[in-house]
Every structure is written in C-alpha cells, then in structure tokens.
Design a protein around this ligand. Structure first.
Ligand SMILES: CC(C)(COP(=O)(O)OP(=O)(O)OC[C@H]1O[C@@H](n2cnc3c(N)ncnc32)[C@H](O)[C@@H]1OP(=O)(O)O)[C@@H](O)C(=O)NCCC(=O)NCCS
Length: 336
C-alpha cells in the first residue's frame, strides 16, 4: 500500500475511518500533554481522512504489539506540499499515551521520513521536509535531532497556537530540516553551517569599532575585536599586532559561523592577515574587507586581499548605508 511501511516495533499507514475509535481514545488520554503545543481534537479524524490529498498527507504510527492498549503511537501530518523545483513540505506530529517517551514514535517518524523521500507512488518523492518547533519544546527538538534533522533557522511569531502557558498567541519557532540527499541521516549529526568572515580595516581613529559593531549586528555574526583582545594581551603597548592577530585568527578558526574581524592591520600586514585567514579556514581572496576611511586621504589603504568596500566614516553610517555595506559584504563572501 502507498505511504505505508513496517518497522521492528511499529508500522505506518494512512488514516482511515476504521481508526476513529483508537484515535479518539489516544488523543483524549494525551490531551494534557498535547495541549501545551496544539489544539487537540479527539473528534477530528474524519476531517483529516477527508482532507488527504497530494498537498496534505497524514501518517498513523501503530504499535505492532499493542497488547490491551489502543495501539495508536502517534500521528504525523505533512502539509504545505509544494512540487516543481521546490519539492518541499512541512511536518507536524504528536505522540500518544501510553507510548510517548518510549522511543516507539521516533521509530515511526523515521519510517515516515523515509516515505517522504521515497519515489512515487509508494512515497512522496520530496527533496526537503521541515519541522517547525517552539524553542521551549525541547522534547520535540530532541526527537528531530535524534533523527538527524539540523537546526536551520528561526522564524518570529510563526504560528498562532498555544504555548506552555495555555494561551493562543503568535509563537516563535525554530526550523529543523532534512534533505533527501541527507537521508538516511546520522542521529544527532553536526550541522554543516555556512561560515562568513568580514574584515574591518582602517587607521587608528578611523571609526572601525563603530562600523564593525553595526556590521556584526546586521549580519548576525560574532564580533572579534582587536581592541577587546588587546586588553587581555600583556605588554601590548605599543600593540603587538602579530600577537593580537594570532589570537583573533584562533578565535575565528573556532567560530562555526565565522565573524566580523576588527583588526589593527595596515597594508604592510597583508602577509600576516593572509596566513591567519587561511589558517582559520577561509580563502583570503573571497573575504570582503570593509575599509574605514575617515579622511578620504588614507595613504595606508586597504589590505586588498579580497573585495574591498570603502566607507567614509567622517559621518556615522545611516541605516541605509549600513545595509548596503552588509549586502556588499554578503555578496562578496558568497561569490564563487
Ligand atoms: C514531541 C513528541 C512527539 C516526542 O515523542 P516521544 O514519544 O517523546 O519521542 P520518543 O520517545 O520516540 O523520543 C525519541 C528520541 O527523542 C529524544 N528526546 C526526547 N526528548 C528529548 C529531550 N528533552 N532532549 C533531548 N532529546 C530528547 C530521545 O532521547 C530519543 O532519542 P534517542 O533514541 O537517541 O535517545 C511528544 O513529546 C509529544 O507528543 N509532544 C506533544 C506534542 C508536540 O510537541 N508535538 C510536536 C510539535 S513541534
């Protein structure tokens, strides 16, 4: 049967009207837990059966050895199915008492994800599935990570649903994703994040700190500041450019997302910076440099190892200028 799979302890199949009684009992018994994150309705299975289509599918997870229990381990809904060059969907799920917390639902969800990526007509031939999870829902996030989903992003006020306070409201959600090319995935695998580095250069007093701080906020990257490092480097007056730099490169190397690096370098430090960026895992030719030029007669000039964006810091950057600089840095760091 399409959209069905059998595992060691559970099996998965589409909902039918024969499931109504077990579903009513399962949802009623689990109401106290489900109500933290959804609006459980023990009577809505007929509506769910009627709405099955190519853009909305449900999967019921059944225990293969239910004993005297109702047998329904959980339900997975796959909605917002978009085909074409997207082949993506969103996934929601509930585990029911007395099976929640026993690992049975995880086994079922693994079978479902396999069906989402399996070729048609047995599966849905998707490329990508996402699970949106409230940050306070550690159990659901732990389950997603146990299947190898990775945290891809954060969506503000994403769904109008209850949270643990029982009130319906717009709730922030974290986005966890899986791609067909990742599947079958290693449990709890690390997230291969994209790393971005941006250098901020300029003569002392050129306003680098202000620009670097604003850029880090706009780009959502950590800020690595030579001034902050200098405070902790003994005997660094006059500044030990190499010592401060080495510390910055080691911090950059350890950052999983990269950073905005505000350093004291001048054009003559190009070799040192080139080595540091390379050691931190970046190709210096693709690291954008935002060069702060206070006077517009900056004879030192930028390092120019990669693309240079020069900003005139005689006046504070306007929000529009800041965004333009950040976008130029983003474009430069994304260029092949
Ligand atoms: C979220 C929910 C479906 C999880 O079901 P469950 O039955 O607890 O899941 P399982 O027992 O099968 O858990 C399996 C895996 O998740 C992991 N996990 C569960 N809770 C965890 C936590 N708090 N932190 C880390 N990992 C956790 C388990 O360790 C296990 O992985 P392992 O086999 O590697 O140890 C269930 O708690 C539920 O119905 N919650 C209410 C509704 C809900 O939140 N729906 C999802 C909305 S996004």
């Amino acid at each position: 049967m399409p959209f069905s799979a059998v595992g060691d302890r559970v099996e998965v199949r589409p909902p039918t009207l024969a499931d109504v009684e077990a579903y009513r009992e399962a949802v009623t018994r689990s109401h106290h837990r489900l109500a933290d994150f959804a609006v459980p309705d023990p009577e809505n299975l007929p509506a769910i059966v009627a709405s099955q289509s190519a853009v909305y599918r449900s999967f019921m997870v059944w225990s293969r050895d239910p004993g005297r229990e109702h047998g329904l381990v959980g339900r997975v809904n796959v909605a917002n199915v978009v085909r074409g060059s997207f082949r993506s969907a969103t996934m929601g799920y509930d585990a029911y008492d007395p099976y929640a917390g026993t690992g049975l639902f995880a086994e079922g969800l693994r079978l479902v994800v396999g069906l989402l990526f399996a070729p048609e007509p047995e599966g849905m031939a998707l490329h990508r599935v996402e699970a949106n999870i409230q940050p306070v829902n550690g159990r659901s996030a732990g389950l997603a990570r146990s299947l190898g989903f990775v945290h891809e992003g954060f969506s503000r006020d994403y769904l109008h649903i209850p949270g643990p306070d029982g009130r319906r409201d717009w709730r922030d959600h974290d986005r966890y994703t899986m791609l067909a090319t990742d599947w079958p995935a290693e449990p709890y695998r690390p997230h291969p994040r994209r790393r971005t580095a941006v250098l901020v250069s300029g003569l002392p007093g050129a306003g680098k700190a202000r620009v670097a701080t604003a850029l880090a906020a706009e780009l959502g990257l950590p800020l690595l500041s030579a001034d902050a490092v200098k405070v902790g480097v003994a005997g660094s007056s006059p500044p030990d450019v190499v010592g401060v730099g080495e510390t910055l490169w080691r911090l950059l190397a350890d950052s999983p997302v990269g950073a905005v690096v505000d350093g004291p370098w001048q054009a003559r430090d190009a070799d040192h910076v080139q080595r540091g960026l390379t050691a931190a895992g970046f190709d210096p030719a693709s690291v954008p440099e935002v060069h702060c030029d206070l006077t517009c007669v900056d004879t030192a000039g930028p390092l120019a190892l990669g693309p240079v964006v020069t900003v005139d810091t005689r006046e504070p950057l306007t929000p529009r200028q800041l965004v333009a600089v950040a976008l130029r840095a983003r474009v430069a760091s994304s260029s092949p």
